[in-house]
Design a protein around this ligand. Structure first.
Ligand code: ADP
Ligand code: MG
Length: 705
């Protein structure tokens, strides 16, 4: 497409030379719609084509580039049906074959006429019958033009591509974009930051990250360690951290929340009701919370604590402190089941203390619902427990002083903000049970103060974790039976509720039937999300009273359930579960005085990732270690629900690889916002513009701001 107005970074990719509507569609598949998208679409690795080798020097399995003359070319059959296009190339030292399984006959016949001089690049293999060959090599004709080639004689970029869009055209597209648009880029990083870190300019960094200059190191490039790449990584992380620094600045200071009086009468009475002594970690975290609450600046704190570390008591203390200060408080949790659990947990305390507690779930209907809402509005209800239904329009608080969000990783950051808007700058406390790697925490919660609950209540047992493949499933069930004979209770978790054609997952019902036949002496029950609330509560309370010994369930029990006499967590199809989920499930046992077991039952075929996850479970019981492992296995792009939870989608930076740069970027960003809170200084004008642009991006970081 031709364009008449001045070129801009927002131009559609259609304006790139050689890109028509068809190619534009393909680029869109790679999330490339604008010129700027293309500029920041970096190669994920590089090929070293600096040196052309002789054919006889080619080694099987080692990437190589050779030049030679086409001796022969044409299709042949491999086996009865498979058609292959084969080109035989020769230089003065020998011959090499190139083979394609997908090809355009006419095009290829034309391209590889005998006598042509061509260049082949790829990884050769040694074919026992016909010698060295390269399957699907990159090829190019040798001619005068090759002097300016993007393909040969240098380190060449390798991009992610999609069906129908070849690597070669991708390189040409990027080259065209750089040639035509690079000069439009403005430098927005502050000069002193560039100087202190020795970063190249923005244009230099982009150009060199795509097409590395002579003498670049392939290793550095592949590890994203060149100065050019580091500058771009820094740039991305810096903008994110700048946004967070901004957010942190404005979350508190200019607005005034309500300063609470802490450790009042109500709290004193509450502490006396506790059946146990608080752990050192709990006391420390509570101290930090109380200090926050005493200020007029609203609290904005995250508690990170492993499953079972005792976050609930901390939440209740905070909720009651708000009540003690004549305001209301709310506890928001991700599932109805967990809301019910928390409600039942808190209720006895509230009854003894004379505090009005209300449970809001989607199950509330009609008049009953209206009554609950009315009581929240007129302030009669003091503490409200509920799911995200708490943030719907109809719910209005008379005076919300504090909100706790539990298991935050299940919510979007937007929901965190939404609950905050239910009051006039209420104190906010976020609790997350899946410890997340530090680098992710800094990007997700970088605007919050963090408390670590790094100690479990006393008497916790290490949970023995064992893996059984399907052929040894019986052994797992025998172990389980032994625990039942000792008077213990067990959980059996299955991924799906009904056998569906689409999957071969063991249905909970099938497992349930199996257990009833195999262990007729014990009372078993099945619990799942489709059951009515009353039925679920009923089953749970019977399980708690040991009237039920075997609880078969779908993953609904994943969070929050607490039954100290349960000592076995048997997970069917463990290979299908995510690592964080497995860890959460395991945390349901080992809560009492008895030794506990986590039995993973896996079914073939098991993917490499599945194996890695189950190995991580056997190797560690530390949530933080598991979280790091999870990040490694999945890769940062796909970390546990981060997409849903509003984590910024990083284009260049990698939270696993770039932790050091992340820390640097964070330090610089927070320092800058200290000095120039609104980025109004003349030398920060372009930065301010860049930040706005960055934050406005639909797929970018809007959500964290
Ligand atoms: P989580 O951090 O996973 O939310 P919970 O708050 O549910 O953990 O606590 C897990 C279990 O530990 C509960 O049974 C709770 O009563 C118990 N608990 C919490 N704090 C202590 C403590 N200081 N001493 C003994 N048991 C405790
Ligand atoms: Mg909890």
């Amino acid at each position: 497409m031709k364009k008449t107005s001045a070129p801009s970074l927002d131009d559609s990719v259609q304006f790139i030379k050689g890109v028509g509507p068809g190619k534009a569609k393909l680029l869109e598949k790679l999330c490339l719609t604008s010129i700027e998208d293309c500029l920041y679409f970096l190669p994920f690795r590089f090929d070293d084509r600096t040196q052309c080798k002789k054919i006889s020097q080619a080694v099987a399995g080692e990437y190589v580039t050779v030049t030679g003359e086409v001796v022969n070319a044409g299709t042949m059959f491999m086996g009865r049906r498979k058609k292959v296009f084969e080109v035989i190339v020769q230089d003065e030292t020998g011959i090499m074959r190139a083979k394609w399984f997908r090809f355009n006959q006419t095009l290829f016949a034309e391209k590889f006429k005998a006598g042509r001089k061509i260049i082949l690049s790829g990884k050769p293999t040694l074919n026992k019958r016909s010698g060295m060959e390269i399957i699907h090599p990159d090829t190019e004709q040798v001619s005068g033009e090759n002097v300016a080639s993007l393909e040969i004689g240098k380190i060449v970029p390798v991009y992610h591509v999609t069906d129908g869009l070849h690597l070669k055209s991708m390189r040409a597209i990027i080259k065209n974009v750089l040639d035509k648009y690079l000069h439009l880029l403005e430098e927005f990083l502050p000069a002193d930051i560039i100087r202190r870190h020795g970063f190249p300019s923005r244009t230099e960094a982009l150009s060199q990250s795509h097409f590395p200059p002579q003498g670049s190191s392939l290793n550095d490039l592949d590890a994203f360690k060149t100065a050019a790449q580091r500058r771009l990584i820094f740039e991305e992380l810096f903008l994110i951290q700048l946004g967070l620094a901004f957010r942190k600045k404005y979350a508190g200071e200019e607005n005034t929340g309500v300063a609470f009086k802490t450790r009042g009468e109500l709290i004193k009475r509450f502490v006396k009701l506790l059946p146990f002594e608080l752990t050192r970690a709990q006391k420390k975290v509570l101290g930090e919370i109380m200090e926050d609450l005493e200020k007029r600046k609203p609290m904005n704190r995250l508690i990170q604590g492993d499953v079972g570390s005792g976050k609930t008591i901390i939440a209740i203390t905070a909720l009651l402190t708000a009540v003690d200060n004549a305001t209301q408080s709310a506890l928001m949790v991700p599932t109805e089941l967990l809301a019910e659990q928390h409600y039942l947990n808190i209720l006895p305390y509230c009854e003894k203390l004379g505090v009005a507690l209300s449970l809001i779930t989607s199950a509330l209907k009609g008049k009953e619902r209206q009554r609950h809402y009315e009581n929240i509005r007129n302030g009669e209800t003091q503490i409200v427990v509920g799911t995200h239904s708490l943030i719907q329009k109809e719910i209005q608080f008379e005076k919300l002083g504090l909100a706790v969000v539990d298991e935050q990783h299940r919510f979007g950051v937007l929901q965190r903000d939404a609950i905050g808007k239910k009051g006039d700058h209420p104190h906010i406390l976020i609790m997350t049970a899946t410890p997340i790697p530090r680098s992710l925490a800094l990007t997700l919660y970088g605007d919050m103060d963090v408390s670590l609950l790094d100690e479990s209540p006393p008497g916790r047992q290490r949970i023995a974790t064992e893996l059984f493949f399907e052929n040894r499933r019986e052994v797992a069930y025998n172990l389980m039976e032994k625990q039942l004979q000792l008077g213990r209770q067990v959980f059996v978790v299955c991924p799906l509720i009904e056998e569906s054609e689409a999957t071969d997952l063991k249905a909970a019902v099938t497992v349930f039937d199996y257990i009833q036949t195999r262990l007729p002496k014990y009372a078993a029950c099945i619990i799942h999300g489709k059951l009515k609330k009353e039925e679920r509560q009923n089953i749970m309370s019977r399980f708690l009273k040991n009237e039920i010994q075997v609880l078969v369930s779908t993953t609904v029990i994943e969070v929050g359930i607490d039954v100290p006499n349960a000592t076995v967590m048997l997970i069917e199809h463990a290979e299908r579960f995510g690592l964080a989920q497995l860890h959460q499930l395991r945390g349901r046992v080992g809560r009492g005085a008895h030794a506990s077991h986590c039995l993973l039952v896996a079914y073939y075929p098991v993917s490499d990732e599945g194996r890695a996850r189950m190995k991580a479970m056997q190797d560690s019981s530390d949530g933080f270690v598991i979280a790091e492992e999870d990040l490694k296995i999945r890769g940062p792009g796909d970390f546990t629900g981060t997409r849903q939870s509003g984590a910024p989608l990083l284009k260049i930076a990698n939270l696993l690889r770039d932790i050091q740069l992340l820390k640097t970027a964070r330090k610089e960003a927070f320092r800058l916002i200290e000095r120039d809170p609104d980025l109004t200084a003349t030398e920060h004008q372009l930065l301010q513009k860049a930040l706005h642009r960055f934050l406005a991006e639909p797929t970018g970081t809007t959500k964290i701001i």
